[in-house]
Design a binder for this molecule. Structure first.
Ligand code: SF4
Length: 264
């Protein structure tokens, strides 16, 4: 695993303002012909695992990358699942690690992530991904094509991702969504992985979580998600509660100061 060095150009300025910061310079004109490389955006879940398998079958592992951004909050069983999938499809995982946890991002940004705005994802996942993709272009002269395991129930995310990767890298990056565009709706990736590949799914699925991200602590989860977390992993729920308390304690004075009008 490597922790990146942060000196790569991207269209958006990758400064402390975050991955979605302002443009810093005009986009240079590409002078190289790059060979395509197919990048499976591995989330640690079943659908993205199946998509990774699909592209390796179609393009060969020498033309594919199994890419994962680690937030350091993942459940231990997710790493077990990911490594078993990597071994099954014959492609090692390319990890990118910012080195901060979501909580550390919240404290640095003085903003507690929530279901409407999650700086953790922006900093630890999106920013790392953009840096990695520009490194592929600059250092290896490869042109990435991104594959996501997004299914029909979250098709709106595909639209957002397509739009994002068209406009934020230095040059647009192609995105593909095999679960929407290639496979029929009845493809059951979880059953295939469990019954044909003989790989146990991440334990979080068995506990009822619809996503296996960040050990059930995802700040985007919403009330239903946190109700489930409280029920099945009360210690994880308590961790989140304690984090919020630490945050309130540290930044407690700020709302009082701004809420007192001058001269009152
Ligand atoms: S899964 Fe949730 S908590 Fe984890 S980085 Fe993404 S938005 Fe943040």
């Amino acid at each position: 695993m490597t922790i990146f060095s942060n000196n790569v150009k991207t269209k958006k300025q990758l400064s402390k303002k975050g991955a979605l910061g302002a443009l810093s310079a005009p986009a240079p004109v590409s002078t190289h012909k790059r060979e395509p490389v197919h990048v499976a955006m591995f989330s640690g879940g079943a659908a993205s695992a199946y998509v990774a398998y699909y592209i390796v079958q179609k393009y060969g592992k020498e033309n594919c990358i199994l890419f994962f951004t680690d937030t350091l909050w993942e459940d231990a069983d997710n790493y077990r699942f990911m490594e078993e999938v990597a071994e099954y499809i014959g492609l090692p995982i390319t990890y990118r690690i910012d080195g901060r946890t979501p909580e550390e991002v919240f404290f640095e940004q003085k903003f507690l992530g929530n279901s409407r705005m999650a700086k953790c994802s922006e900093e630890l996942k999106v920013r790392q991904t953009l840096i990695f993709l520009e490194e592929l272009r600059d250092d290896e002269l490869r042109e990435p094509i991104l594959y996501f395991g997004i299914g029909g129930h979250e098709a709106h995310r595909a639209v957002n991702l397509k739009n994002f990767y068209e406009h934020n890298p230095i040059e647009p990056i192609e995105t593909r969504f095999p679960m929407l565009e290639t496979f029929t709706e009845d493809l059951d990736a979880k059953a295939i992985i469990r019954d044909e590949w003989r790989i146990a799914l991440p334990r979080m699925y068995g506990l009822g979580f619809s996503h296996a991200n960040c050990s059930g602590r995802c700040v985007r989860g919403g009330l239903g998600h946190y109700a489930l977390l409280y029920k099945v992993w009360p210690e994880q729920y308590a961790e989140q509660e304690a984090m919020e308390e630490r945050f309130r304690t540290k930044f407690n004075d700020f709302p009082k100061e701004v809420s007192q009008p001058q001269g009152v």
